[in-house]
Design a protein. Structure first.
Length: 105
C-alpha cells in the first residue's frame, strides 16, 4: 500500500518536472508550479510542496496503525541536468516505508 501513497504524488511530481523542463529550476512554491495538490488516491494526499528543499509531502491515510497521518516525502534533486526523485520521510516509521523509500534526514 505504500506504493499507493507514493503514487498519490504522481500528478504533482509531473507538474514539478514540467516546470523544471521549462525553467531549468525548481518552482519556488506550489502556486508558481500551479500544483494541484488534490489526490484521487484513497491512501495518500499530497498536502505540501517546499520549493526551497524541493520536497513534496504526502500524508498517508487509510493504512491502519501508526502509519496513518504520517508523511512520505519525495525530494527532487538535480543530477546532470535532470531531476532525480528520492523517497523518504521525517516521521513515517521505517518498517512502513519499504526499501525504495529509505531516505531519512
Amino acid at each position: 500500500m505504500m506504493s499507493q501513497v507514493i503514487s498519490a504524488g504522481e500528478p504533482a511530481r509531473g507538474q514539478i518536472e514540467a516546470f523544471y523542463q521549462q525553467h531549468k529550476r525548481l518552482p519556488r512554491d506550489a502556486a508558481e508550479a500551479e500544483l494541484d495538490l488534490r489526490s484521487p488516491s484513497r491512501y495518500g494526499e499530497p498536502i505540501y510542496y517546499d520549493g526551497g528543499r524541493g520536497e513534496l509531502r504526502i500524508v498517508a491515510r487509510d493504512l491502519g496503525g501508526e502509519a496513518d497521518g504520517k508523511s512520505i516525502v519525495l525530494r527532487a534533486e538535480v543530477s546532470s541536468g535532470k531531476l532525480v526523485w528520492i523517497c523518504g520521510s521525517y516521521d513515517m516509521p521505517a518498517k512502513y516505508r519499504g526499501g525504495s523509500c529509505s531516505w531519512t534526514p
